[in-house]
Design a protein around this ligand. Sequence first.
Ligand code: ADE
Length: 225
Amino acid sequence: MRIDIISVLPELMVSPFQTSILKRAMQKGLAEVHFHQLRNWSVGKHRQVDDEPYGGGAGMVMMVEPLDKCISELKSQRNYDEIIYLTPDGETLTQKIANTLSIKNNLIFLCGHYKGIDQRVRDLHITKEISIGDYVLTGGELAACVLADSVIRLLPGVLNDEQSALTDSFQDDLLSPPIYTRPEEYKGLKVPEVLLSGHSGKIEEWRHDEAVRITRERRPDLLDE
Ligand code: ADE
């Protein structure tokens, strides 16, 4: 998978891809992430990429021309499955969306800044708009990292068996059951007997019941779906 990320602040996104599991995914050639500084497509000598909104109002708007030039150049080099704009107005990211994106080959992530992007960029190029939650960040960069992480970890070969994505919270619309490791007792708190029993059928049943109980308590909306 190849992800091209367009941003005015690519330096904000460097370390997540140079650390731990994402770093290894890149080293193994399972994922490629390329950053594009939008100012390299700016028009005029001031490297301007934003301007005041027509009709007035607070905040600046990312201009259509640099974004159109940058995206068009990338599109002339390969076919993209999705061109995604990270914005609080988008569809809220879910495990289902991450699963769907993880089987694509080429993605563009566009990080918004200021008040947002000129509507014509959306009309011309954007195929999907994603929000990582109902709150507003200073820009789309951290959201792009979250989205990339959620997708890359699902690529075959990125996680090993112990880290397997198949047992994640949300993968079956349930939250995770409680987990324990050594010691068997700590400050009077004991590991549930069933987990020490070695009876795999009973353990699976307990884990499922606990997952349902916790989901009902915390996220009843997931059980309704
Ligand atoms: N940009 C600013 N806030 C955002 C959010 N919640 N999700 C995605 N992109 C954003």
